[in-house]
Design a protein around this ligand. Sequence first.
Ligand code: PLP
Length: 483
Amino acid sequence: MTKYSHLDTPFIDAVKAYVDKNRTAFHMPGHARSRLIPEQIEALLGKNVFRYDLTEVEGVDYLHKAEGVLKVSQELTAAAFGSEQVFYLVNGSTVGVMSMIMSSVKPGEKLIIQRNSHRCAIAGITLGNIIPVWIQPEMIPEYQILAGVLPETLQKTIDENPDAKAVLLTSPNYYGMAQNMMELIRIAHENDIIVLVDEAHGAHFPFHPDLPTSSIDRGADMITQSTHKSLPALTQTALLHVNGNRIDYDRLTAVLSMLQSSSPNYLLMMSIEASRKMMSQYGMDLWTKAMDTASYAREELMKIPEMQLIDESVIGKYGIVEWDSTKLSVLTNSMKYSGFEVEHLLNQQFNIEIELAALNNILCFITGGSTKEDVDHFVKATRWLSENKGKTNLKEFIRIPQIPFQVYTPAEAFSENYDQIPFKNADGQISKRIIAPYPPGIPYVCPGEIITQNAIEMLTQMKMDGAVVQGIDENEMVEVITS
Ligand SMILES: Cc1ncc(COP(=O)(O)O)c(C=O)c1O
């Protein structure tokens, strides 16, 4: 390891050296290393993508038993991010969160889990036959956003469930709000509980002191980050960081091997390594630029009459202690549009694609790749919307989702018989599926839980405003347990 620096890319170098050998290919993938490419895709992507599209060939190591260049590459990444060990992931934070859960909690054991967890956490609980103990984070009423878990809420949940094995916390949330991880981790560890952190939206945190502190540095046991969300790595790439001695490594590697492809895509892993190098080299400058761009955007937006933005004023409230200022979020109430309507209008009339729309807000991600011209275009569009108001009065239907009563665990619900009924008639029925607006994919109803009138009204309104709600089909039907 000592002969390597953060500027080295041993994995990319090894793949390139292999490709340069130009070996006669009698192996997967079927494009025979770029000789058989569908015309249409070659016209779009060129040959090189296929030349480097390798897996499991001699000299370039194997992800599931990394002993050569991939091992070194992962070590360099761990060092750059400040963790003790890193596993490259080729199925996003989805597989990272599932692996964290399934490696630290056994079937029939309890996991304390923040209610606004991503749906992949429910998948992990279902596959692992784990009992969820939900923990409700604070709600920011004026934004209708679930924020942080209060330390006293975690302490109370642990007191009521001293047999819980691990806690899964999500920090930051989609909007860049980071919770009091130092205190939450201290409480969990004092009670001998493993801390798992879904930091999918915080892969950039280690690279600038003005960004929130990564949970890697707060002492969490395992942390998952999506390198494809904020870093310039290809979609599906992510990292699983491990710290300390609370983790069963053998179980973790076994779970990762079960859940990840046996043919991990080398292009994806090359992009992780290249992003790590880029961040080590230029991270500070790039994130300074991103924060400056976001701050310029906020200044310009605030020149629009009645404009309201989500900003650092959330710090110190609702369990939030830090905020990532590269997240640019506009409240849409004053424009008399829902967030979904604004998303649609930005899309159709201004050719702008945002990251996320919710009932009363929209969210844009700013990175080192965002430009002043992008911001000017967005501000111009937002000004137009503000001058051409809609007809939606959001205040009338704002509600706070309650955690519904759980009849079956998600794993039990998965195997129960079910029927389809109209969602509007589902009050009091037990849901077979996750019902979650997407994005962000946070469940309103989990498998095995009672569907309440409150959830029906809220989700129906969201759909009317243009939200995509997974778990409700195009005929407004849902699956409910019959047995
Ligand atoms: C908080 C959170 N966790 C996990 C995921 C899943 O991440 P990925 O898309 O990298 O699989 C997402 C996706 O949006 C997310 O928002």
